[in-house]
Design a protein around this ligand. Structure first.
Ligand SMILES: [Zn+2]
Length: 247
C-alpha cells in the first residue's frame, strides 16, 4: 500500500537484498511497529509481535515485487511510516531511463499479490497445525467477525503465540489492504477495473467508491471494532478521495 510518498534516504536506513529485490527499512518504521505491537504477556511475547509485524509487512511487499518482476519490471521495497511500499525502478531505455508501465490487468495482479502472499502463509500455518495434530477453530471477534484460532499439539506457548500472531497480522493486513479505498491495493484494483470498463468516467467512479467505502470502514472501525486507529486512517483516506473528486 502507499499512504505517503517514499521517504528520503537516511543514514539509519537498513538496506538488504531479498531474492534479488532491494529492501530499505526507514528508521521510523521500527518506531511505528514498536508502538503498534502490544502484549500483556511480557517482553518476549512483545518481541514476537514486533518480528511478526516486520516479517508480515515485508512478505506483503515481496508479493507485489515478485509478481512485478514476473512481468519484467524491477522494483524496490521500502518499509516506512505508511507501512510498506513497492516502488518500480526506472528501466534502462537506450541511453536514458524510462518508467515502463504495466497493463491494467498486470497492475491488478500485482496489487492482489501482496495480500494473497499473506493469505497463503496463513493457509500454510493452518495446514501445519492440523497436520501436527493441533486444533484449528473459529472464534467470533467482537461477537460477529469470524476469526481463526489455533492450538498447537503439546504446550509450546511461544511457538503457538508466534503462529497465532502470524495468522492475525497477515489476515488483518491483507483484508485492510483489499478495501476499495485509494491508495490501498483494493482501491488500485477498483480503479483499474473501472478504467477498463470506461476510460472516461472510471477515475471519478474509483474516487467515489473510495470516498464512500473509506467513510464506511472508518465508522465500522470505530463502532464495531472500537479502533480509533482504523477510524483515523480511513477517515483521512476518505477525505483525500473527496478532495480528489472536487478537483
Ligand atoms: Zn500492498
Amino acid at each position: 500500500m502507499m499512504l505517503f510518498q517514499p521517504p528520503p534516504i537516511t543514514r539509519y536506513d537498513l538496506n538488504f537484498n531479498l531474492f534479488g529485490i532491494p529492501v530499505r527499512v526507514h528508521p521510523i518504521f521500527w518506531l511505528m511497529i514498536l508502538l503498534f505491537a502490544s502484549s500483556t504477556r511480557g517482553l518476549l511475547q512483545y518481541f514476537i509481535w514486533v518480528v511478526v509485524i516486520f516479517l508480515s509487512l515485508l512478505l506483503h511487499e515481496m508479493g507485489h515485487a515478485l509478481v512485478m518482476r514476473g512481468f519484467g519490471r524491477s522494483s524496490e521495497v521500502i518499509l516506512y511510516y505508511g507501512g510498506g511500499l513497492t516502488v518500480p525502478c526506472a528501466e534502462a531505455w537506450g541511453t536514458t531511463w524510462a518508467n515502463v508501465s504495466l497493463s491494467r490487468k498486470q497492475e491488478i495482479l500485482v496489487s492482489l499479490a501482496g495480500s494473497f502472499m499473506g493469505f497463503f502463509l496463513v493457509a500454510i500455518v493452518l495446514v501445519f497445525i492440523k497436520l501436527s495434530g493441533g486444533l484449528v477453530g473459529l472464534t467470533l471477534l467482537f461477537g460477529f467477525l469470524p476469526f481463526p484460532v489455533i492450538q498447537l499439539a503439546g504446550s509450546n506457548v511461544l511457538l503457538n503465540s508466534l503462529l497465532m500472531s502470524l495468522v492475525w497480522v497477515n489476515l488483518f493486513w491483507g483484508i485492510i489492504n483489499l478495501m476499495p479505498v485509494l491508495p490501498l491495493d483494493g482501491g488500485n484494483i477498483a480503479q483499474h477495473l473501472f478504467l477498463i470498463a470506461d476510460p472516461y468516467t472510471g477515475q471519478r467512479k474509483a474516487y467515489q467508491l473510495s470516498m464512500v467505502s473509506g467513510a464506511l470502514v472508518a465508522v465500522a472501525g470505530l463502532l464495531l471494532l472500537r479502533s480509533l486507529y482504523l477510524a483515523m486512517i480511513f477517515g483521512f483516506l476518505a477525505f483525500q478521495s473527496y478532495q480528489a473528486l472536487k478537483r
